[in-house]
Design a binder for this molecule. Structure first.
Ligand code: CDP
Ligand code: CDP
Length: 234
């Protein structure tokens, strides 16, 4: 069973993918974390993100792996160094789409993603999972939400309710999300778009639990009989 979840920044992909993986005992694959790691390494080495050749060399040299922290949350490492927090900064947010638009960078990341998913039973989320990485996924979801709702969620996620009330900060996050969506949707290689056969879900008016239930139901309809299937009425 492969579940592919794609959608714009802050639509809730990670939250819902993690929850589905936990409920059904599948492996969670955060592909955005991989592009973020490439962008982080470029920034740390003062590499110009518009220099495709240099960015490609960094991507090819990255040794990215996922682990589990003591509290059960996922960790991301590159060459053995934990980069889980370092890849979530505003600076990485701002630069990651440039790195992700380079075809050779994508080629390297997609190869690693398929390797990580080769054992099957995966919930993968990103921008091109249903279109490119796992086009034969049994369940494909295109998750969207109103940009303002996405920016508000991201502000709250970054700094708690207080930050969510900071309208200037929220506007900055909104501008960056919109800019990133534009680059991700208009790039030539693997642009963000709904995959053929994907189910569109607008999370603006749904709770995380409703989203999870809906996806587990789609899994059951696609033949899933493993963990979590009973609760979905399968
Ligand atoms: O969490 P958020 O939605 O803000 O972003 P992310 O999923 O961590 O992805 C960060 C960036 O990586 C995106 O804006 C894309 O530029 C790129 N990305 C991609 O090109 N393809 C993917 N499968 C996943 C992410
Ligand atoms: O991975 P992506 O960037 O698409 O989004 P995320 O980081 O999973 O979600 C951003 C925030 O939206 C999280 O704090 C979620 O709790 C929240 N949220 C959601 O994912 N779905 C809802 N229906 C409501 C809120």
């Amino acid at each position: 069973m492969i579940v592919a979840i794609d959608g714009p920044a802050g639509s809730g992909k990670s939250t819902v993918a993690r929850a589905v993986a936990k409920r059904c005992g599948l492996t969670y694959l955060d592909t955005g974390a991989m592009y973020r790691t490439v962008a982080l390494r470029c920034l740390q080495r003062s590499i110009d993100l518009s220099n495709a050749e240099a960015v490609t060399a960094v991507a090819r040299g990255c040794d990215i792996s996922f682990g589990v922290a003591e509290d059960g949350s996922q960790t991301v490492s590159e060459a053995g160094e934990d980069v889980t927090s370092a890849i979530r900064t505003a600076e990485v947010d701002h630069n990651v789409s440039a790195a992700a638009a380079v075809p050779a960078v994508r080629e390297a990341m997609v190869a690693r993603q398929r390797e990580l998913g080769s054992a099957g039973n995966v919930v993968a989320e990103g921008r091109d999972i249903g279109t490119v990485v796992f086009p034969n996924a049994e369940v494909k979801v295109f998750l969207t939400a109103d940009p303002k709702a996405r920016a508000h969620r991201r502000a709250v996620q970054r700094g708690g309710e207080a930050a969510g009330a900071d309208t200037a900060e929220e506007q900055r996050i909104l501008d960056d999300l919109v800019r990133r969506d534009r680059i991700d949707s208009t790039r030539e290689d693997s642009p963000l778009r709904p995959a053929e056969g994907s189910v569109k879900m607008d999370s603006s008016s749904m709770t995380v639990e409703e989203e999870v239930q809906r996806i587990v139901s789609l899994m059951v309809a696609a033949g899933w009989r493993g963990k979590g299937a009973d609760a979905a009425g399968g």
